[in-house]
Write a protein that binds this ligand. Structure first.
Ligand code: ADP
Length: 569
């Protein structure tokens, strides 16, 4: 049953709505799994996304029938892991890939800094395993290693006794971040080599933060007893490259000046300047056995543009593009603990309730607003567009702010859930929030909330991703799984996952609306077409929803490529 279609389905929905309302009064459950649903309101003391949710109890669901022969031991060394230390897609990817490999029969551990802000409530069986010393800047720093389990995945936490990783947020604490991650990279190797004599098959590092680990491994630890591991580096975003002076690198115990050559870690842009700088990301590329980036199109783009292109071309033989997947255990509208009503592609009715729930909770216009004995008409026609993003230039800030205006003109609704790290961007969006948040159709929420993000994907008719560049992008894939049709700019991983409805040459794959230019007109055109489908071609629109929910963007599809790579090196 879909919405807007036949008289029949309308009356079914109305019947469900009546059931919801009655349930609201009686606190009884209904046939659509609404249970004791209480509609939220903006005047609630606690916003609806901050109430207590049942603990997720997620376990490594065996979603792959595949069991790999010759299982490997893989240790991820990373700055982020969802949900306990997540800032963006990196956290999702580490958790999703680790879970996929576990379920395929591999042994997987994740090593993570023990951030002060880490969400301890999601860590099971947290225990100290050992105390040891790790080198930094002429000293041996007393360090504690903890073990715990996060959504079914074993994690080792590294906690130095100095100020590193202290503060309210994952990034941006009042310690030297570069030095903290240099310390962390070495402390992980120290833990493997000296403390536990662990010899994983693969050490999988991510981003610039752990880019020094391959250097430390090949030039120090491999000469000690750590012989077996091979190193894989995944680059999730080339924008951040770990700019580092020789002196800073030397604090890790390596001789910084040794790496200041074009074939090693020197930042090509600084050659001839005084002082020349190093890039931990470049060093990581040169010193890893394999380098992966997160979509085939981004791979092509990065071989042609950006200052790392020449390094990547030189290392082309070991450079691969593997599309990210999404963790379908964490992102599953049929079991998602944050949704007021669950749904799936076979039973999508719950999505309407999620939309109505969010509209009520945020005070957005919804024809269904209860008025005396009126039954809410949750077939309300305003399409709801969501944009869930870090508010940084990469994400197309001018297009996001333009979308607010255009969607309002089109009579739609828009919710932006975004976090800015730059004060100017924060101020600009605060201004927009002030202008719009009292009105009936736009909400701009400047914060990070995992809980609310789940509810917004479930509520959305469309998910907007107007990025200037996008290595892979997860929000379009998550949105699709939750029945939100993507409207995206054709770049990087967005070009690999979203195919335009009006592109006749690719009709089988068509699953969204795509634009190419970075101008407002290009965005308008894609939004106009999406709105026209939504309003004038309801059957086709329902077809798209079904199709996007059925797309398999899970790690099932792509984890195997990582496994092949692990074997090949
Ligand atoms: P990036 O890694 O560049 O931030 P991705 O699309 O790969 O972009 O991944 C973004 C991830 O972070 C998604 O899981 C998205 O839901 C989440 N996210 C981004 N901004 C927020 C926010 N303000 N609140 C909650 N989740 C967010």
């Amino acid at each position: 049953m879909h919405f807007h279609t036949s008289q029949n389905s309308q009356s079914c929905l109305l019947a469900s709505s009546v059931a919801v309302l009655q349930a609201e009064k009686r606190g009884s459950s209904t046939g659509v799994g609404v249970g004791e649903l209480i509609w939220p309101s903006p005047s609630d003391g606690t916003p609806f996304w901050k109430k207590d949710f049942p603990s997720s109890g997620v376990s490594p669901e065996v979603f792959a029938d595949v069991k790999d022969s010759d299982p490997k031991h893989i240790i991820h060394v990373t700055a982020e892991m969802a949900p306990i230390a997540k800032v963006g897609g990196l956290g999702d990817v580490v958790t999703g890939l680790a879970r996929a490999c576990l379920s395929r029969g591999h042994t997987v551990d994740i090593m993570l800094p023990f951030y002060e802000c880490i969400q301890k409530q999601h860590i099971k069986d947290l225990t100290v395993i050992t105390k040891y010393n790790s080198y930094h800047d002429g000293n041996w720093v007393p360090t504690t290693a903890y073990r715990g389990v996060v959504s079914g995945i074993p994690v080792i936490f590294i906690e130095p006794s100095n100020l590193f990783f202290k503060g309210q947020y994952v990034y941006g604490g009042s310690y030297n971040e570069l030095e903290a991650y240099l310390f962390f990279s070495r402390a992980c190797l120290e833990w493997m080599q000296q403390v536990t004599s662990t010899q994983p098959d693969i050490i999988h590092v991510h981003e610039w933060q752990t880019g020094a680990l391959p250097l430390l491994y090949w030039d120090i630890y491999h000469h000690l007893s750590l012989k077996k591991p091979r190193i894989v580096l995944t680059i999730h975003n080339m924008e951040h490259y770990g700019e580092c002076s020789k002196e800073q690198l030397s604090k890790s115990g390596l001789e910084g000046s040794v790496y200041a050559s074009i074939d090693k870690a020197v930042d090509d842009r600084t050659i001839g300047h005084n002082p020349e700088r190093l890039s931990l990301l470049k060093g990581g590329i040169v010193y890893s056995n394999a380098v992966v980036t997160v979509s085939p199109t981004y791979l092509k783009e990065t071989l042609c543009t950006g200052w790392l292109a020449s390094t990547l071309v030189r290392n082309r033989d070991k450079y691969f593009g593997i599309l990210n997947g999404i963790d379908i255990t964490m992102w599953n509208p049929a079991t998602d603990i944050f949704l007021p009503v669950k749904f799936n592609d076979q039973k999508p009715e719950g999505k309407k309730f999620c939309k109505y729930y969010v509209q009520r909770g945020l005070g957005l216009a919804s024809e269904g607003t209860q008025d005396g004995n009126h039954v809410p008409d949750i077939t309300y026609k305003a399409p709801l567009v969501v944009c869930i993003t870090r508010l940084v230039p990469q994400k197309g800030l001018h297009l996001i702010s333009h979308a607010i205006k255009h969607i309002e003109e089109l009579g739609g609704q828009m919710v932006i859930l975004g976090k800015a790290s730059d004060v100017r961007v924060q101020t600009e969006f605060e201004g927009l929030a002030k202008l719009h948040n009292q009105g009936p159709c736009i909400r701009i929420l400047l914060m990070f909330s995992d809980e609310l993000s789940h509810m917004l994907y479930a509520a959305a008719d469309m998910v907007l991703v107007p990025s200037i560049y996008e290595p892979c992008g997860l929000t379009q894939m998550i949105g699709m799984r939750y029945g939100a049709v993507p409207v995206v700019r054709k770049t990087g991983g967005l070009a690999d996952t979203v195919f335009d409805m009006d592109d006749q040459s690719n009709h089988n794959k068509a699953n969204g609306f795509v634009f190419e230019g970075i101008d407002e007109g290009s965005l308008n055109c894609a939004l106009d077409r999406a709105f026209t489908y939504f309003r004038e071609k309801p059957d086709e629109w329902n077809g798209i929803i079904k199709k996007v929910m059925e797309v398999d963007n899970s790690w099932n599809n792509t984890a195997g490529k990582y496994v092949e790579l692990y074997h090949s090196i």
